[in-house]
Design a binder for this molecule. Structure first.
Ligand code: GLA
Length: 419
């Protein structure tokens, strides 16, 4: 979707919600505030987060922007620049809106914020996103995190002005109020998605959206949320994201199914590793000695993917820190093969994009990114090969699949902030 300036968005906000409500004193003040949270691309480490493993995502410059004005009456009104739909809800009975087609991410977050003890005001909110929806680039996490930051910030200012805690997680480039804990907001956003939206996702997307830093990727240990920002030095290469533009039909149910398979795998392995709470608590080499304990062949494949992928993340960071992009590219390709053959979450569209990408000289690596079953691939491409990449991969994909791919040369941006 196209970019809109803050001023354009504020004008739109007034068009939709008006300056004031006739004869009523609903607003604390007239001021419109603007917050944003980005989408993410995961460079490597897929389906490891909910197994207590490592992931390596980066925040994108594509984001969700929210224009907001706090209300005194505990009413939330939601609108989006690309939708006719409007939602009006009360902060006092948020459970009622669980089945909304649009608006449930935002209301789920408001609900979870309150359940975690945050005092939040009613609010008029206009959403504008430049992240393609349903493409596996975390458009939903960005809506959740942007909502969480908006409501938490306004609530803190209105009801808890004396809070002196330091801000956890904001990096020096972003503007986040003191007293706001971005990591907790990421966890709250994840919980909203788990409980309100019904997708049992891990923490990667919300964490990357909240905590990203320009030109860095985040090595995140999803088990304890310790993390390290790793500078992305790509020399003469760029990150190219390619969208299959395939609708992700069964993605959510398949995702939950994979999670269950991992839990089953862990049960088998607990016989030899009684203290392991997550699959990734088990070392890959140790696992190999005990893999016979897993009687079901499908489950064994799933576990093999998770534990080998977890190792690939650490290896990737190691080689990237040494500036060895070729080696990183190879690990990306191994990751894709593992997701295709062992975890079985790719599909013909993603596989075709990766195969076609790898035929082009100047492509160091290519793999699916995100949950899979459609969505996007991420490729590391030499700058002078990008035009050819877009033309040839686009053409061959269309010839084979009959869909038009979209391409984004992605820049790595900052995490959630007030603009
Ligand atoms: C989705 C989920 C993440 C993660 C990825 C797969 O993006 O939201 O938590 O599990 O899939 O790596």
């Amino acid at each position: 979707m196209h970019f809109m300036t803050n001023d354009e968005l504020k004008t739109k906000f007034i068009e939709i919600f008006g300056y004031k409500e006739e004869g009523k004193d609903v607003y604390y003040n007239e001021k419109l505030r603007v917050f944003a949270a980005p989408g993410r691309v995961n460079l490597i480490g897929e389906h490891t987060d909910y197994n207590g493993g490592y992931v390596f995502p980066a925040a994108l410059k594509m984001n969700t922007v929210v224009v907001a004005r706090a209300r005194k009456d505990r009413i939330i009104r939601l609108a989006a620049t690309d939708l006719e739909e409007r939602v009006t809800a009360s902060l006092d009975n948020l459970e009622e809106y669980k089945n909304l087609k649009w608006g449930n991410y935002q209301l789920g977050v408001a609900d979870q914020l309150q359940k975690h003890g945050y005092k939040i005001p009613g609010c008029d909110m206009l959403f504008h996103s430049t992240i393609p929806f349903g493409a596996g680039l975390s458009s939903s996490a960005s809506i959740e995190v942007a909502t969480a930051l908006t409501l938490a910030t306004l609530g803190l200012e209105l009801f808890n002005d004396s809070c002196e805690d330091t801000c956890i997680g904001a990096n020096e480039n972003t503007s986040v109020n003191r007293g706001i804990d971005l990591i907790q907001l990421a966890l709250i956003s994840q919980k909203a998605e788990n409980q309100y939206v019904g997708v049992n996702c891990g923490i990667m997307d919300q964490f990357a959206s909240a905590m990203g830093k320009a030109d860095h990727a985040i090595l995140l240990n999803a088990r304890d949320l310790s993390y390290k920002l790793v500078p992305l030095k790509l020399e003469d290469c760029k990150i190219v994201i390619t969208n299959t533009n395939k609708k992700r039909g069964l993605a959510d149910s398949k995702y939950n199914e994979r999670r269950k398979e991992c839990e089953e795998g862990l049960k088998y392995l607990n016989e030899a590793f009684p203290n392991a709470r997550y699959l990734c608590d088990i070392d890959y080499e140790e696992y190999k000695k005990k893999e016979y304990l897993i009687k079901d062949e499908v489950i064994r494949k799933r576990v093999e993917h998770v534990l080998s992928e977890n190792n690939r993340v650490l290896k990737s960071v190691e080689v990237l820190e040494k500036g060895n992009l070729d080696e990183f590219g190879k690990l990306m390709c191994e990751s894709h093969a593992s997701l295709r053959d062992l975890y079985e979450v790719t599909g013909i569209e993603l596989d075709t994009l990766v195969n076609e990408a790898l035929k082009i000289k100047g492509v160091l690596g290519s793999r699916m990114t995100g949950a899979g079953f459609g969505g996007c691939t991420v490729s590391i491409v030499k700058e002078n090969a990008i035009d050819e990449f877009i033309e040839v991969v686009g053409r061959n994909y269309y010839d084979k699949i009959g869909l038009k791919a979209s391409f984004y040369i992605s820049e790595i941006g900052d995490g959630a902030a007030e603009l």
